[in-house]
Design a protein around this ligand. Sequence first.
Ligand code: ADP
Ligand code: MG
Length: 626
Amino acid sequence: MDADCRIRVLSDLLVKKIAAGEVVERPASVVKELLENAIDAGAMRIVVTIEEGGRQLIKITDDGCGMSAEELGLAVTPHATSKIKTEDDLFAISTMGFRGEALASISSIARLRMVSRARGSEEGHEIRVTADQIEASQAAGSPVGTTIEVRDLFFNVPARRKFLRAQSTEMGHITEQFSRVALSNPGIAFELSHNGRKTQRLASCDSPLARVAKLYSPELADALLPIRRDEHGVILEAYVAPPAQSRATTNWQYTFVNGRYIRDRSIQHAIKEAYRGLTEPNRHGVVFLFLRVDPQSFDVNVHPTKIEVRWADSRLIHSQVLSALRETFQRSDLAPALRTDRAHAPVSEAEQDRVRQEMATMMRDATPIQPGQPRFDSLGVNTGHADGLTNQRGGGAMEPQRVWRELYSDPVRSDPTADGFSPYNKVSPVLPRSSGTTRRAIQMHNLYLVAETEEGILIVDQHALHERVIYEQLRTRITNGSLESQRLLLPETIRVTARQASLLESNGDWLQRLGIEVSTFGSDSVAVQSFPSLLKDTDVVPFMTDLLDRLAQQSAETSPDVVINDLLSMMACKAAVKAGDSLTVEEIDALFEHRDLVEKSSSCPHGRPTMLRLSKADLNRQFHRT
Ligand code: ADP
Ligand code: MG
């Protein structure tokens, strides 16, 4: 046997580094672990100081129980913990930590300094640990409590150091971890500063709602509906936004169990269910959910970072969350919010849904199933969040004509050789210009375009098709330069978090090409100076809110092309005609000319069908003509 193939026991340092690989992904992970330790120590005040996005320094000071000289040494030893003793304890965890791994791991990949004074002790002690080397502890002046400094994170792990992002990005992640801990511990005072500037100062308060106001915005906190319920051993406290204020992503759903931020599929599902029918299908509720349950009713020892738990009875949790939210929505008078939003929608959302359902059922039932052959060619496009029901918040229903003119009267556009699209203005109102295989389409229910084709009947979702057309055009334009943009007479200011500000900064180039120009304005606001001409009827603030949510969802590794596609499809969705918009004959014709765009995109992994085809053979069979 080759000597190199022998099994060997790894060095202690290597074992710790491997453990660190699981727990410490980036500076924010260190912040999370240290904050949790401070909370477990019973701190009432926690101060977090960051330098250079955490790469240079992460320092956390607490006024908790502190550690003796001996405990300081043990704290950095792997699997040393004061939080559990026996196996039984493992199934009734009431502290944030229990693995005894974080400090040992961190000390293997950074320069760690800890100063602590135990409650009741006369003096404090200090130790320094770097990559396994512990310096003997020495007496040090310190108030009761603990200060932990982590410098030069990943100094001996080049692979991880290489993946650290811009300071502002790392700070964004740190702020997110900080916010989660602050939300679930309103009684504790927190401070956060970055590069000498204080970014958060949170006084002790008695409700997470006050934290929401401070961390995000007072407007958001004002809008939230409080929920409280205690049933079957599940104590639930929640703050949820009315459905009308839903967001483009699930990033605004915070779930905590016994103070721990978790991600949980059954809870996510319950939230989705509660909002079903009250928001458009691709919008997501804003929810801050705090559950208190018997620590024995779930297992946190599932994931090294403890972000997931395993429930003894996940159905109970699901039903408690679902019914609490549902009852709240039923009780609250949500109608006014919906009415303002849809003041101009000629068809109610429920009605549109019903019609769509009926239409789908009708089409499905129309043809007997042919084995091995799909009943219809239902073609999807990547509709992203397209659903045809997107609101024009506050701005009133968009007049489709205006959008069309905007698109088709562009000088680039009106050059028929520029690309395959003919200018809308030149479409004959009388004769269909297309190849002759399709006769004129008609609009039904202000929602579907139905046309006779050589092969049978074609039914297209008007929003999906228009969205696709706009998307393709935007794509062509953006490859040749940037989108036409309009300076706003009055710049719109938006409140942003540190993370959002950094997202705008790091995506500035792309946004500019999309016609969006943003400048910073104070420490927690930005001003939108220019906005795409195409979106001149769209409200700036809600659009930007969606955009920020989407940017936040992209990871640092997402390629710019993916980001830009996401933003373009979002713009296309906003600019496209909606379900419920009545179209003129000319518009229908012009739109239907591009139906092949939808026809060609044969696969859509998560979209819904955008087109149905009913063949003559299907019809004949249905009427027993064969
Ligand atoms: P765990 O939190 O899982 O026990 P850690 O490695 O995070 O593991 O911490 C090891 C031990 O160090 C803890 O169990 C606790 O006794 C002690 N400790 C860590 N941080 C603090 C702190 N801020 N104040 C008091 N004790 C602490
Ligand atoms: Mg810990």
